[in-house]
Ligand binder design. Structure first.
Ligand code: NAD
Length: 250
């Protein structure tokens, strides 16, 4: 058998973490070495890492922990697979440099569901021809960051190909603050938070006499697991940081 990849999980008791632990248990190529809580005292964290000797740390924690967790990985030569969203653009840029310098693999993916990746790709294809667009992302009401990492990544991919323009009426006025959503390079992102939802996104395009909707729904958290599994295996052969699962598929 091929050498097993040793995988620790930060956030193992969370909604996503529990799914990851279950997924690891089903793949003989992957060995779950245990949970890592980086909120513990420094010596405790170090002792835990010495004991587990993970090759990879899968991180599904909170926006507050993620940067520190990536620094920890750099310090210990562990390859992070980060699903936690909320890293700022500046933090991401800095991490890109540091992982490149360390020649250490790292994957940061705001969405591990293949359908969501396709939704982003199709949206970017459409935006080239239909530059009037709004993104509506919908998530469960325990989510800490808004807009979602997926919506931001989608917006970035759209902006890269979209002819620049400020949408809406030039004299448009919000009579209730926030009514038009967040402004991303002239187009809007709206965040819905409701119990009962998992992770959903609709990208709406409008042009003369027609509209186009591209929608993805993650109905259960299992939808993310094939992507996490793929990322764990891929990160072992990477040198530097890859942002987005779309870079790992054709
Ligand atoms: P959750 O609140 O259910 O779980 C987070 C867990 O992390 C909690 O158990 C918490 O106690 C623990 N935690 C917090 N800080 C920690 C630390 N420093 N070390 C170890 N554990 C720590 O949240 P969730 O719904 O599982 O989501 C987690 C993150 O994953 C969020 O940022 C969410 O946006 C993101 N997410 C990403 C994807 C994706 O495909 N990339 C999909 C769903 C959710």
């Amino acid at each position: 058998m091929e050498k097993q990849i040793r995988v620790a999980v930060a956030g193992a008791n969370g909604r996503m973490g529990r799914e990851v632990v279950a997924m690891l248990g089903k793949d003989e190529q992957l060995l779950y070495t245990g949970a890592l809580d980086t909120r513990a005292a420094e010596e405790e964290v170090r002792a835990r890492l010495d004991e587990m000797k993970p090759d990879v740390l899968v991180d599904f924690t909170t926006p507050h922990s993620i940067y520190k967790n990536m620094e920890l990985c750099l310090a210990h030569g562990i390859r992070p697979v980060v699903g936690t969203t909320g890293l700022t653009a500046e933090q991401l840029d800095e991490m890109r440099k540091r992982f490149a310098e360390a020649q250490l693999g790292c994957i940061v993916a705001p969405n591990f569901a293949i359908g969501a990746i396709l939704c982003m790709k199709f949206a970017a294809m459409a935006a080239k021809y239909m530059p009037d667009v709004e993104i509506i992302e919908l998530h469960h009401d325990n989510k800490l960051d808004a807009p979602s990492g997926t919506a931001l990544k989608t917006a970035e991919m759209i902006a890269a190909v979209r002819q620049e323009k400020q949408q809406g009426h030039p004299q448009e006025k919000e009579t209730l603050a926030g009514a038009r959503g967040a402004n991303y390079e002239g187009f809007r992102i709206h965040s819905v938070r409701l119990p009962g939802l998992v992770a959903h996104q609709e990208v709406l395009f409008g042009a003369t006499g027609q509209t186009l909707s591209i929608r993805h729904d993650s109905i259960s958290r299992e939808s993310f697991m094939p992507g996490v599994n793929m990322a764990i295996k891929a990160v072992m052969n990477l040198s530097g940081l890859v942002y987005g699962l779309e870079h790992l598929i054709d």
